[in-house]
Each structure stands twice: as structure tokens, then as C-alpha cells.
Design a protein around this ligand. Structure first.
Ligand code: MN
Length: 249
């Protein structure tokens, strides 16, 4: 078993170190992570400049690029053999509902999945990594069970959100669908020290669809949420009506 560990918060993030510790003894571990915090970079690849690879004193390898760059480089030439599993995280904050579209944590896992490697993204629901050791214990059990008893045939992609609370290592696991968020908060306009206008992207919206069965609901109950993801964006249910629509053109 060879496990590739990545994240989007950067190679110095406590969540990455915790995830590496969680994998200890489960296989051979390689770490490829971004040099800097690259949260919210989604699946972006750096195509307009070369990438540099560095090795930290603890053996973690880091790249001056995105989470997807890190996993992509590892899988397309920097690892001597293809890993059996990609794990990403443990992210500084939740990745639920629409967050998954923007998340670099999910993207790093997805990059593995796109190359046919099963992958798991782990996020801790509160920022600042409170109760990180307990979250890491959850991650270890999820990884262990996924290795021993793969959830589905063929490569799979799981999005795991772990509530930041005491006792979460004994919390039930709930298989969920993604909820939805309200639209983001409005842009925040400011003026920089040189008198020029600058803008901050507003905070993510609150949960809108957070009913039973969603990731938001499971986490609100204090449970570990596990959502199986797919990458196919086709709106399959819309295909018949769309074919009808197009045939009248
Ligand atoms: Mn992050």
C-alpha cells in the first residue's frame, strides 16, 4: 500500500502533519503539498510558468503551485510508482455543499481520482484545527476501513467532514449527499494605502439545503459526514428534454 498525502493549506499546516501521522503504519507515505496556503483554488493547474520542487527537513515535498499541481506532478513523473490511495487534508475548515466546487482539499483528492486512484478528502468543520488529534483518529479509521473494505468497486472519491468536538472519534459515520449554501455574502470594498479601490470576496453563505441526508445535517448532529463524489457534471435528467429542444432548432 502506497499512500500519497496532499492538502491545500500548505506543507506547514498542522492538518497535513496530523493526516500523515494518521496514515503511519498503513502504507508507504509520500507527501506532496503546495508551498503556500492555496485554499479555494479548486482544480486549477499552473500552466503559465514552471514549477519548482523542494524537500522540507521532515521529508515533505512541496511545490510552488496549487493542490492539483502537487498531486498531478506526483502522479505524472515524480513518484516511482502509482499510489494506491490519495488522501487530502485535514483541511482548516469545512468543505460541505457548494464548498466542494471551490475546495482545493477536494481538488487534490479529485486529481488522484481523475488518474484512477481512489481518494479521500478530509476537512475539520471549524477553523484553527481544534480537536485535531481526535479528527486524525477518525481519518485513520476511515482510511483503514477503506483500504480493508473498499466502499465500491473501481476508484472512488470520498468527501469527509469531521465535526470539531470532544468525543468525535467515537461519533457515528453518516453517508450523506451534498447540501447547498445560500449565495455568498456581498463583496467588501475598501481603499488601499495608495487610495486605490480594492475588493474582498465575501464570506460563503449559510446552509440553504441542510435537511436530513445532507452533509450539513450530519455535521450539525455531531456526526462524521462521508459523501461519495463523482466528477461527471452532465445533468443526466435534463438530457431527454434538451434533445427535444435541440431537435427543433
Ligand atoms: Mn484549505
Amino acid at each position: 500500500m502506497r499512500i500519497l498525502v496532499a492538502n491545500d493549506d500548505g506543507y506547514l499546516a498542522p492538518g497535513l502533519q496530523a493526516l500523515v501521522r494518521a496514515c503511519e503504519g498503513l502504507g508507504e507515505i509520500d507527501v506532496f503539498a503546495p508551498e503556500q496556503n492555496a485554499s479555494g483554488t479548486s482544480n486549477s493547474l499552473t500552466l503559465n510558468r514552471p514549477l519548482s520542487l523542494y524537500t522540507a527537513a521532515n521529508g515533505f515535498r512541496y511545490i510552488n503551485g496549487t493542490p492539483s499541481d502537487s498531486v498531478h506532478l506526483a502522479l505524472t513523473g515524480l513518484l516511482p510508482v502509482k499510489p494506491d490511495l490519495v488522501v487530502s487534508g485535514i483541511n482548516n475548515g469545512a468543505n460541505m455543499g457548494d464548498d466542494t466546487v471551490y475546495s482545493g482539499t477536494v481538488a487534490a483528492a479529485m486529481e488522484g481520482y481523475l488518474f484512477g486512484v481512489s481518494a479521500i478528502a478530509f476537512s475539520l468543520t471549524e477553523k484553527g484545527w481544534p480537536h485535531l488529534d481526535e479528527a486524525a483518529a477518525v481519518a485513520r479509521r476511515v482510511i483503514q476501513q477503506a483500504i480493508e473494505r473498499p466502499p465500491t468497486a473501481g476508484p472512488w472519491l470520498l468527501n469527509v467532514n469531521i465535526p470539531a468536538r470532544v468525543g468525535v472519534s467515537r461519533a457515528p459515520w453518516v453517508v450523506t449527499r451534498l447540501g447547498r449554501r445560500h449565495a455568498s455574502e456581498p463583496v467588501i470594498a475598501q481603499t488601499n494605502p495608495r487610495g486605490e479601490p480594492i475588493y474582498w470576496i465575501g464570506a460563503a453563505g449559510d446552509a440553504r439545503e441542510a435537511g436530513e441526508g445532507t452533509d450539513f445535517h450530519a455535521v450539525a448532529q455531531g456526526h462524521v459526514s462521508i459523501t461519495p463524489l463523482q466528477v461527471d457534471l452532465t445533468h443526466h435528467a435534463a438530457l431527454p428534454a434538451m434533445r427535444q429542444w435541440a431537435s427543433g432548432a
